[in-house]
Design a binder for this molecule. Structure first.
Ligand SMILES: Cc1cc2nc3c(=O)[nH]c(=O)nc-3n(C[C@H](O)[C@H](O)[C@H](O)COP(=O)(O)O)c2cc1C
Length: 148
């Protein structure tokens, strides 16, 4: 499913959610863990991401998010590497009962050398991201079993 399949959230539609919203919720429910990979828009997350999060959190009491462990990564050309967007996202996920991996953090600045000529992640960043992913997988396995 694509984030652009979703309509703008409107609480009046809670009793009759769009097919794309139902699909999103089913996909979330089928997962053991979540990965949020986001750019930063004006020091926060993009509105389309917040729209998707809001959709899957409703109707009240029927959120698809609760208990799903999440990792957060972000990349932007800015030196802060989406740090502020990620902090906002953690705030939103906390109220939805989504535990987030605290460390390692991944604030990725997109600059020369991040990708090689073939468009693959360069060696240094690859090692960093592999380490991040290894830690994430261990943590999801631990956390998803605790939450069941
Ligand atoms: C409306 C808007 C606001 C943005 N605000 C920020 C920002 O606050 N901090 C930042 O680092 N980058 C900001 N950017 C840059 C985006 O992070 C960047 O455009 C995006 O990462 C590009 O992603 P792409 O290379 O995958 O297309 C902003 C971009 C847009 C369009």
């Amino acid at each position: 499913m694509q984030i652009s399949d979703l309509p703008l959230y409107n609480q009046d539609d809670d009793a009759n959610q769009a097919e794309s919203v139902k699909r999103l919720k089913n996909e979330i429910r089928a997962t053991q863990g979540l990965l949020f990979i986001t750019p930063e828009y004006n020091r926060s997350i993009p509105g389309v991401l917040k729209n998707a999060i809001d959709h899957a959190s409703r109707p009240y009491g029927q959120s698809a998010w609760a208990g799903k462990p999440a990792g957060i990564l972000g990349a932007s050309p800015g030196a802060s590497g989406t740090a502020m967007a990620q902090q906002h996202l953690r705030n939103v996920l906390a109220v939805l009962d989504v535990p987030t991996l605290g460390q390692p953090e991944a604030f990725i600045q997109v600059k020369e050398g991040l990708f090689d000529e073939a468009g693959n992640i360069g060696a240094d960043s690859k090692q960093f991201l592999q380490n991040w992913m290894d830690r994430y997988v261990i943590w999801v396995k631990k956390t998803c079993c605790l939450m069941q």
